[in-house]
Ligand binder design. Structure first.
Ligand code: ATP
Ligand code: MG
Length: 725
């Protein structure tokens, strides 16, 4: 037959096919969870390639995480039936941004070997600037300013563009000066932060139309997943690339897919409006809606749809599934006395599933609201000997010994990397006190040279005391030698040489603390992991960019992650612990008072529920221990919002029964559920809420942890997603 439908199209429903086959012109797929949006994008790329409409290098495709990019690449290969060469422009906003910036670094005042600073580096740098301004860095915390800068960059605002009020709000009115000084310092360091990976290209595109034109010619097709969570900078970047002057080009072939109900990064500057005004930005857009959910059972879908219907600010959509209902289990709600018992019970549930149904651990996930909740599960699983991996959590590359080693490598690869130099100049201890380091600093600043060069100069002058001078001479000589080895020694070998000759390995070998052996193992693992990369530079880039931890990727292991990093993923069995007021919805969203914070929490709950294919277990505890004090808790209002038809309250097992008696003589879940039937559940909750009690403490604590999470995984999540590189 002449018009045989290619295999990759035959499995799609008509709406999906429309979205795939409408290759020319703007297309928006606006549809609920599990309806195949990501699958449409993947198939669309396969279709474009298979039909010869474009080469892989002419397709710009933005995914939410690096992992998603890899999976997409692989799937395209399967669909097209051969390994896809390249797809060099398939990645996250940041990984594509860094690529563009490397090609035009000089237009942003950088060299192409610039360093990407992580949050720690950024905070240290800002702290120095705050002190240099003569400001008290306790009153004006660097971390806070780092967040402000991040916020500005999410909006694409440079120092001269930020609002006057914002500029005044920090550092005795010196916000703008500090921001400017920060950018200047980055330029001197030949470095940029994550926000710059998009902001620099935006500015380059605006100021150099010839460069932008080059990309207009290059990208024939643009595709974006999770469009509902793009922030303003990402949106500006996309528009610059997509809105070609019509005179010299054909239609704008941009296809964005997303779900307004899954917009969960508002707190980080995401603008759900971007998706809602797509057809204004791209007139004549084909808007496709998908309603069939292929992922979840009817119970799970029913529960999720009912919950999200409580949000007012939404477009609203219907979802249906054709999955048979009869044998499916309902959404299970379980109560536990405290988080320890919660972890124990979840562990039992997992082991039972493994035993009875031969469930793979890989197919199960625990999704938490705040990262501190993970520890309990990690502890428990270690005890049980149950494999687990933390996705987007504290990661290997963020351990102290790994960061130290990386700092050495960074200085060897890029001598102007002062932050890295400072980190290790006296690690291991070489008798370089604060005064000596300050001297290096001052020389560096006075002569406008990197600290490493300043150190080398000081080592040859007699301005310094003999002992630190000898130490600096050694350091400078070491780096000079390693640098010479850089181009002609295998990089893994060089890495070992550096760690040995610097005395860094010996430092841990001589260390008597309990964790020293682990650290040595980690360093070995670091060298091993470098083998996968061609050069030290490409490895450093990889580490700077990869933000989702793929621990034990090959091992069968339970997945633990935050709800935020679970977006787009699916698992047979999902556990959602900690559904308690103050934790979920998070206290912060409730403190905001308005509707929007709570609605974003509810969308997060919707994301959580819709990750499950077959089994869904929700937990709440009646007590949490906060700062050593027991506090009693209330079940989350979201539990009340689940439809009874699809939910079953689990009988308390022997291990975790009796909590109700200890408290009020009733099951807290039952109590709150029935107390609120027919009355205004909301107000009874808010009354209960008027007693701040532990929730306040809890909020403080989760907030602190969240921030932590922001700088670790979270810059993963923060950087993940659209933030992730
Ligand atoms: P989310 O909003 O959570 O990102 P999504 O809309 O991107 O979800 P996908 O992840 O693309 O949904 O698809 C959900 C599941 O349904 C996947 O397992 C996918 O393979 C499957 N699926 C999608 N379309 C079809 C189809 N036409 N036939 C069979 N399975 C499908
Ligand atoms: Mg998806």
């Amino acid at each position: 037959p002449q018009h045989q439908v290619p295999d990759y199209l035959s499995g799609l429903n008509p709406e999906q096919r429309l979205a795939v086959e409408t290759t020319e012109g703007p297309v928006l797929v606006l549809a609920g969870a599990g309806t195949g949006k990501t699958r449409v994008l993947t198939t669309r790329i396969a279709h474009i390639l298979a039909s010869g409409r474009a080469y892989p290098s002419q397709i710009l495709a933005v995914t939410f995480t690096n992992k998603a990019a890899r999976e997409m690449k692989q799937r395209i290969g399967v669909l097209v039936g051969e390994a896809v060469e390249g797809m060099p422009w398939l990645g996250t906003f940041h990984s594509i941004g860094v690529k563009i910036l490397r090609r035009h670094a000089e237009l942003a005042g950088l060299r192409s070997d610039f360093t990407i600073l992580d949050t720690d580096d950024v905070i240290r740098l800002i702290k120095q600037l705050i002190q240099a301004e003569g400001l008290d860095d306790k009153r004006w915390p660097a971390r806070q300013f780092a967040q402000m800068i991040d916020g500005w960059k999410n909006k694409g605002l440079g120092p001269s563009e930020i609002a006057e009020g914002d500029a005044r709000a920090f550092g005795n009115g010196k916000g703008r000066e500090l921001y400017r000084a920060y950018q200047e310092r980055l330029t001197t360091l030949n470095a940029c932060d994550f926000g710059d990976l998009l902001c620099h290209p935006i500015r380059i595109f605006r100021n150099h139309p010839d460069v932008l034109k080059e990309y207009h010619r290059r990208f024939k097709y643009i595709l974006v997943d999770e469009y509902q969570d793009t922030n303003t900078a990402q949106y500006m970047w996309l528009r610059l690339l997509a809105q070609r002057p019509s005179a010299d080009s054909g239609p704008i072939n941009i296809c964005c897919v997303g779900d307004d109900d899954q917009s969960i990064y508002g707190w980080r500057g995401a603008e759900v409006d971007n998706i809602l005004r797509f057809d204004k930005d791209f007139p004549g857009a084909t808007v496709v809606r998908l309603e069939r959910n292929y992922r979840s059972t009817a119970h799970i879908l029913g529960a999720a749809s009912h919950l999200i219907a409580h949000n007012e600010g939404r477009l609203g959509k219907t979802l249906f599934t054709e999955k048979p209902n009869a044998d499916d289990s309902k959404v299970m709600v379980h109560a536990a006395w405290d988080s320890e018992e919660e972890a124990r019970a979840v562990g039992e549930e997992i082991e039972a599933a493994q035993r009875n149904t031969k469930h793979n651990l890989n197919d199960m996930a625990i999704l938490v609201r705040a990262s501190f909740q993970m520890r309990e599960f990690e502890d428990r699983f270690v005890t049980l000997g149950l494999n687990y991996r933390v996705i987007g959590g504290p990661r290997f590359y963020e351990r102290q010994e790994i960061r130290d080693a990386m700092a050495y490598f960074r200085v060897v690869a890029q001598g102007a990397d002062d932050l890295a130099f400072e980190r290790i100049v006296n690690v291991p201890k070489r008798g370089l006190g604060e005064a000596a380091i300050r001297q290096v600093h001052d020389t560096s600043r006075a002569l406008r040279i990197p600290m490493l060069e300043a150190a080398a100069q000081l080592a040859e002058s007699d301005e310094m005391k003999p002992k630190p001078r000898a130490a600096l001479r050694q350091v400078a000589a070491n780096f000079a030698r390693w640098k010479e080895l850089l181009d002609n020694t295998p990089h893994t070998e060089l890495a070992e040489i550096i760690l040995d000759e610097s005395g860094y390995t010996a430092m841990w070998k001589n260390d008597k603390s309990a964790d020293a052996p682990t650290r040595l193992e980690n360093l070995k693992e670091l060298i091993r992991s470098m083998e996968d990369y061609e050069s030290l530079r490409s490895f450093l880039e990889h580490v700077a960019l990869v933000m989702d931890a793929e621990q034990n990727e090959d091992l069968d292991a339970v997945n633990i992650m935050t709800l935020h990093s679970a977006k787009g993923l699916e698992f047979d069995t999902v556990f959602l612990p900690g559904w308690e007021e103050g934790l979920f919805p998070h206290q912060r969203s409730l403190d905001e008072g308005g509707r929007s914070g709570l609605e974003e929490e509810r969308r997060l709950a919707y994301v959580g529920l819709t990750r499950a294919k077959k089994n869904l277990h929700i937990w709440f505890t009646s007590n949490r221990r906060i700062h050593g004090l027991w506090q009693s808790t209330l079940p989350s209002r979201f539990l009340e919002e689940l439809p009874e038809a699809h939910v079953e309250v689990a009988e308390s097992g022997s291990g975790y029964g009796g909590y109700g008696d200890r408290q009020s003589g009733r099951s807290p879940y039952g109590a709150s559920r029935f107390d609120n039937v027919g009355s205004s559940g909301g107000s009874s909750f808010s009354n209960a809420y008027a007693t701040p009690g532990w929730q306040r403490a809890q909020a403080n604590r989760t907030e602190a942890t969240d921030r932590n999470w922001g700088s670790r995984s979270g810059h993963s999540v923060e950087r993940i997603g659209y933030g992730e590189v």
